[in-house]
Design a protein around this ligand. Structure first.
Ligand code: 6PG
Length: 465
């Protein structure tokens, strides 16, 4: 039987403790506020092999070397603070795993810092929310390879299963695991944005009630669009508080918050030179939503167009096409980031590795991920070029266009769905208007340009005689 040390005691950490213990490990627990540990032990641990410690040193001493310590604290400074303290208390050969949503560049830095002391560090992306932590999350690992070999069994045992395969995988050195988690979250943001925009269309243009939209989402869940987030959306759309006449979602303020991982994905896509407009738009949409006061004031001067109205069935068919396209293009953008990271960052982030781990347990699990993993071409940079998705996209393209046209003529903002469509158009365009950008750059800045009729770098005065 192994021993595992866990630091932190948020709702996810509590469930990881129970999950780890249930796999035959004994757990040592530390949290800054000891009272939290005490009440957790009393209320939730019963006869479980979990012991709490008041002092960090006692906690470290309770583990036998090589020690295995899992950090489950808020990303950022709290992780740095613990790394600094643990550095003094741990010994060479010990292994520290950061299960938080840390920025992969921070993970790189911490990896180096601990390596200098001979402590092995693993940045581990864990997805699946509070429930996933208990029942089996999807686990994306990066960092010290020898450390990974020693904790692989533990990670496999607590991870989600797809058939009999554990949804856990190693993606290479340093911050690779957290990089994959950031990409996961970027896709998560785009999928959520797409679902919200379809909900808006079905309500306003299709005239559906929340219950009808929930039914429609449930039906799609049995199709190619099947996904955890759609399942979650239909559950939310049906939920009413006791005695209430309306669904709770109607009373939720329309300001979407974020903790930053979507923005990191967007920033990183730009750095890698990978177009990821649906992720960018999803982040922007959340930011725009938080200017609620401004929106309310401005809406007075810009009254809405009248919503177009179409029948329920047609609204559902158009929405299905728009959401399918958005899903496929968003995964495609994320997978392109993974491909780019192989060369730029030296990670082992072949798309197939990530798809394997994302088949179950994580927030972006879906039929598309499962199908992509099973397809031969799933390591291509562009998911939509895999025959099954090319076919699926082409079959829906006219309906997707119609969704966009009707949204525009109804004055409904659809930044994520339209940017997914533009991504598809851009990446499949034989010719873009960017020749004009090059020419104007050369006119005002002598930036130079290449020509389609001759080799070499050129410059013109563009002076009209
Ligand atoms: C998961 C989730 C989770 C993530 C939030 C994003 O995979 O379980 O990705 O880890 O942090 O869902 O949170 P925000 O929407 O608050 O940025």
């Amino acid at each position: 039987m192994g021993e595992v040390g866990i630091i932190g005691l948020g709702p996810m950490a509590e469930n990881i403790v129970i999950n780890v213990e249930s796999r035959g490990y004994s757990v040592s627990l530390y949290n800054r506020t000891y009272e939290k540990v005490e009440s957790f032990l009393k209320e939730k641990c019963g006869s479980l092999r979990v012991r709490g410690y008041r002092e960090l040193r006692e906690f470290v001493d309770s583990l036998s070397p090589p020690r295995l310590v899992i950090l489950m604290v808020k990303a950022g400074k709290p992780v740095d603070d613990y790394v600094a303290e643990l550095k003094k208390l741990l010994s060479r050969g010990d292994i520290v795993l950061d299960f938080g949503n840390s920025h992969f560049r921070d993970t790189e830095r911490r990896y180096e810092e601990l390596l200098r002391e001979g402590i092995r560090f693993l940045g581990v992306g864990v997805s699946g929310g509070v429930e996933g932590a208990l029942k089996g999350p999807s686990i994306m690992v990066g960092g010290d390879e020898t450390g990974y070999a020693e904790v692989r069994e533990l990670l496999r045992s607590i991870a989600a299963k797809y058939n009999d395969d554990s949804c856990e995988g190693y993606f290479g050195r340093g911050g690779a695991g957290h990089f994959v988690k950031i990409v996961h979250n970027g896709i998560e943001y785009a999928m959520l944005g797409g679902i919200a925009e379809v909900y808006q269309f079905l309500r306003r243009v299709g005239g559906l009630s929340n219950g009808q939209i929930a039914d429609c989402f449930s039906e799609w869940n049995g199709s190619e669009l099947g996904s955890y987030l759609l399942e979650a959306a239909s559950q939310v759309l049906r939920f009413r508080e006791e005695g209430s006449e309306v669904e709770l979602v109607e009373k939720v303020v329309d300001e979407a918050e974020q903790k930053g991982t979507g923005m990191w994905a967007s920033e990183e896509a730009m750095r890698l030179g990978v177009p990821a407009p649906s992720i960018d738009a999803a982040v922007t949409e959340r930011i725009a939503s938080t200017s609620r006061g401004d929106r309310l004031a401005l809406s007075k001067s810009f009254p809405r167009l009248t919503y177009e109205r179409i029948g329920r069935l047609l609204a559902e068919r158009l929405s299905e096409a728009a959401l399918y396209g958005t899903y496929v293009m968003s995964y495609s953008q994320g997978l392109s980031m993974l491909v780019a990271a192989i060369e730029s960052l030296g990670y082992q982030t072949e798309p197939r590795r990530a798809l394997r781990v994302w088949r179950s347990g994580c927030i972006i699990r879906s039929k598309i991920v499962q199908t992509a993993y099973e397809s031969e071409e799933s390591s291509s940079r562009y998911l939509f070029s895999t025959p099954i998705f090319t076919k699926g996209t082409l079959e829906r393209v006219e309906r997707w266009k119609e969704f966009i046209r009707l949204s525009a003529s109804s004055g409904l903002p659809i930044p994520v769905i339209s940017s997914a469509f533009n991504y598809f158009l851009m990446m499949t365009s034989e010719r873009l208007p960017t020749n004009l950008i090059q020419a104007i750059r050369d006119l005002f800045g002598a930036h130079g340009f290449r020509r389609s009729d001759r080799e070499g770098e050129f410059h013109s005065t563009w002076r009209l005689t």
